[in-house]
Design a protein around this ligand. Structure first.
Ligand SMILES: [Zn+2]
Length: 107
């Protein structure tokens, strides 16, 4: 399984982790891993499902693989905003369940 990203510290752990993670929505597997910040392990990053374009944040080294109904726009959008330089454009503009691309979505 090759992701094509440069990984240092937590590679062993995360490689194993990525091997078992699947998208909670469509069970797609494997998922893409984007690392934004790391110390001993990946502290902040993004897990992307290439199939449905859903993204899942890694915060404080914990991947949050939650289904849509448990996601909080108020917490997740700022995360995307914070890392928008590093988030793939496709996710910024078309990512689910939230993205920055279409401006402010009203509910
Ligand atoms: Zn998916």
């Amino acid at each position: 399984m090759v992701f094509g990203y440069r990984l240092c510290g937590g590679w062993k752990v995360k490689k194993k982790l990525m091997g078992i993670l699947a998208c909670p929505i469509d069970k797609s597997h494997p998922l893409e891993l984007h690392v934004f910040g790391e110390r001993d392990e990946i502290e902040e990053g993004l897990i992307v499902c290439p199939k449905c374009l859903r993204w899942y944040p890694i915060r404080e080294a914990i991947p949050e693989m939650l289904p849509d109904e448990l996601r909080k726009e108020k917490e997740d959008l700022p995360f995307l905003e914070k890392w928008k330089e590093k988030v793939p454009e496709k996710i910024l503009f078309e990512g689910k369940p939230f993205c920055l691309g279409k401006g402010k979505q009203s509910k």
